[in-house]
Design a protein around this ligand. Structure first.
Ligand code: ASP
Length: 320
């Protein structure tokens, strides 16, 4: 019998003024996600737990996923999500989803109801429609106002931005969501969901739906969910790098720290990554090079606990 643990994140990135105004709403969302996820963990599997926790965060509209997905250059929402079950390395992912806000459930459907692992764009939208997933609706006023502000800030709204998008990303915040869990059978699962980078080019896909990049889970080793600048995380395959390190004997706390350090050094960029991870003993690894790292955890013995700033301790969570 393993101890049951659920760890979630609501993104890592630069500090922003609006975090203070949104703090209460974000904390409420995290508590709700931990509650939903832990209930699913108790009655089902770690896969149910990560899906429910991520779904709750997608539904909140306050984080960059699902209803709250960032707007691309043309002011549209395109969502990426993935889910992985460590028992048999089952994997499902979707990218550039417009039809439904509930991208994580769609990713799970791809994993369980099709012979494929990854659907994109209109194909993913069609499956969501056929399966009766909840339609997305229009982006909220809050998101549309933010879009107008950001477009004003970068001063252009056309494809000229394609060379500047990386520059733009350095200044923006994140808020992608993810979860890792272990159930009493010892099964590890991970899920990640995002609207991607603000003002991304239409069709741009980041690390979130790529196995080994934004998500990874393997029983007996580790479950990982990443957030940050997708282009860097994907190039470094950050999540599977954590798994390699744990496999070679490093403790999970150290493994995530090393990967964050390596990314920072290799690409010379702070505020670029946050990682949550859980090993097969239910030990937690949390690491970031960002100012903000929204995260929370709950286990059979402890929690729920929540922290928003990187330097805020998630008291007790690190120790088993
Ligand atoms: N990693 C996500 C992406 O690049 C963004 C994020 O984590 O905020 O699509």
């Amino acid at each position: 019998m393993s101890r049951e643990v659920l760890v979630i994140h609501g993104g890592a990135g630069r500090y922003r003024q609006s975090l203070q105004e949104e703090r209460k709403e974000i904390e409420k969302t995290l508590r709700g996600a931990l509650e939903d996820g832990f209930k699913a963990l108790k009655s089902g599997s770690s896969l149910d737990a990560v899906e429910e926790a991520v779904k709750a965060m997608e539904a909140s509209g306050i984080l960059n996923a699902g209803k709250g997905a960032a707007l691309n250059l043309l002011g549209e929402q395109e969502r990426d999500a993935s889910v992985m079950f460590g028992k048999n390395l089952s994997f499902g992912a979707v990218a550039s989803v417009k039809y439904t806000w509930n991208a994580v459930t769609l990713a799970r459907r791809v994993m369980e109801r099709t012979d494929h692992v990854f659907l994109v764009g209109s194909g993913a939208d069609k499956l969501a429609e056929i399966l009766g997933l909840d339609p997305a609706g229009k982006p909220s006023n809050r998101l549309q106002e933010r879009y107008v502000e950001l477009i004003k800030m970068v001063g252009e709204k056309d494809y000229e931005l394609w060379r500047k998008n990386f520059e733009v990303a350095k200044h923006f915040f994140s808020d992608t969501v993810g979860a890792v869990a272990i159930d009493k059978e010892g099964n590890l699962s991970a899920a990640t969901s995002t609207g991607g980078l603000w003002l991304k080019l239409p069709g741009r896909v980041g690390d979130t739906p790529l196995p080994g990049a934004g998500v990874y889970a393997e029983n007996g080793v580790v479950a990982v969910s990443a957030t940050g600048i997708g282009e860097l995380i994907a190039r470094y395959l950050a999540s599977v790098k954590v798994a390699f390190k744990v496999k070679s004997g490093l403790i999970v706390e150290k493994a995530v720290e090393e990967v964050v350090g390596e990314i920072t050094q290799l690409f010379g960029q702070e505020n670029s990554i946050g990682l949550i991870a859980l090993d097969s003993h239910g030990r937690i690894g949390l690491a970031t090079n960002c100012e903000v790292f929204i995260r929370g955890f709950i286990s059979t013995e402890k929690g729920p606990m929540i922290a928003l700033l990187a330097n805020e301790e998630l008291a007790g969570a690190y120790k088993s």
